[in-house]
Design a protein around this ligand. Structure first.
Ligand SMILES: Cc1cc2nc3c(=O)[nH]c(=O)nc-3n(C[C@H](O)[C@H](O)[C@H](O)COP(=O)(O)O)c2cc1C
Length: 231
């Protein structure tokens, strides 16, 4: 199983440590790729909307982003890890996710996404876990990933060494239970009703889509008819 771990800080704090524990419960170290932001990608979306209208290859950061895109596409499991910064993901995580807006189901989702699983990971000192996990889980859902698991904790600490053993144990148990589900579902990831229903609505909308690039994409894939990316 191939795993990509995208860590949205460059330091290896509590969030990275938990994400790495999660990754190692799924696969061997040689199958884990790690990306650190902003070290590996440090651009902000400039709002030109070229990705939506002309195609993603027209994004001024397309080539710079390509190595990360290729790792995402090759992975079976995507782990997105960001600490809580003022109740949400870090700016660098948001900047990365903005660059994949064109891949949302409302535009041009990549069909490989519908066979992947994701884990979103966060830690807070105290509050903001739920909203931060949602920031990342929203992109996973709208990219088309059928199963996204949430691993977040208020750790009452600003570094991993200071996190109490009891809290670490409880995080480990939660990671174990997520790993069991992911391994069981690998290769036959169930596509939930919510994804199927949203895809259907998009499919109807794309028949008369206002954006030619999106409309052509959906039509060429046969998705405006009865074909589905998970079949
Ligand atoms: C800029 C900044 C904003 C933060 N905002 C919050 C917050 O809104 N809520 C909270 O409980 N902790 C907040 N924290 C604390 C971190 O989320 C917390 O210490 C986290 O476990 C750090 O993860 P890390 O060790 O992976 O860096 C903030 C920390 C920083 C640096």
């Amino acid at each position: 199983m191939r795993v990509i771990l995208i860590s949205c800080t460059v330091h290896k704090g509590s969030t990275y440590s938990i994400a790495r524990i999660m990754a190692e419960k799924l696969t061997s170290p040689e199958n884990i790729s790690e990306v650190f932001l902003p070290r590996d990608f440090d651009e902000f979306c400039c709002g030109c909307t070229s990705c939506f209208i002309k195609g993603e290859e027209h994004c001024p950061h397309y080539e710079k982003l390509r190595p990360i895109t290729e790792l995402i596409d090759a992975a079976d499991v995507i782990i997105l890890a960001s600490p809580v910064y003022v109740y949400h993901v870090t700016g660098q995580m948001k900047a990365l996710l903005d660059h994949y807006g064109y891949r949302w189901m409302a535009h041009r989702p990549d069909e490989r996404m519908f066979r992947k699983q994701a884990v979103v990971v966060t830690t807070a000192a105290g509050a903001g876990v739920k909203s931060t996990l949602k920031d990342m889980a929203d992109s996973c859902f709208f990219w088309g990933i059928p199963q996204t698991y949430r691993l977040g904790r208020a750790v009452a600490a600003t570094d991993w060494q200071s996190v109490k053993p009891k809290v670490k144990d409880s995080i480990g148990s939660k990671a174990d239970s997520i790993a069991k589900k992911i391994i069981k579902r690998q290769g036959k990831v169930p596509v939930p009703l919510k994804t199927r229903a949203f895809f259907k609505i998009m499919s109807l909308m794309q028949r008369n889509g206002w954006n030619e690039a999106d409309k052509k994409y959906w039509t060429d894939k046969g998705w405006t008819g009865s074909k589905r990316p998970w079949k």
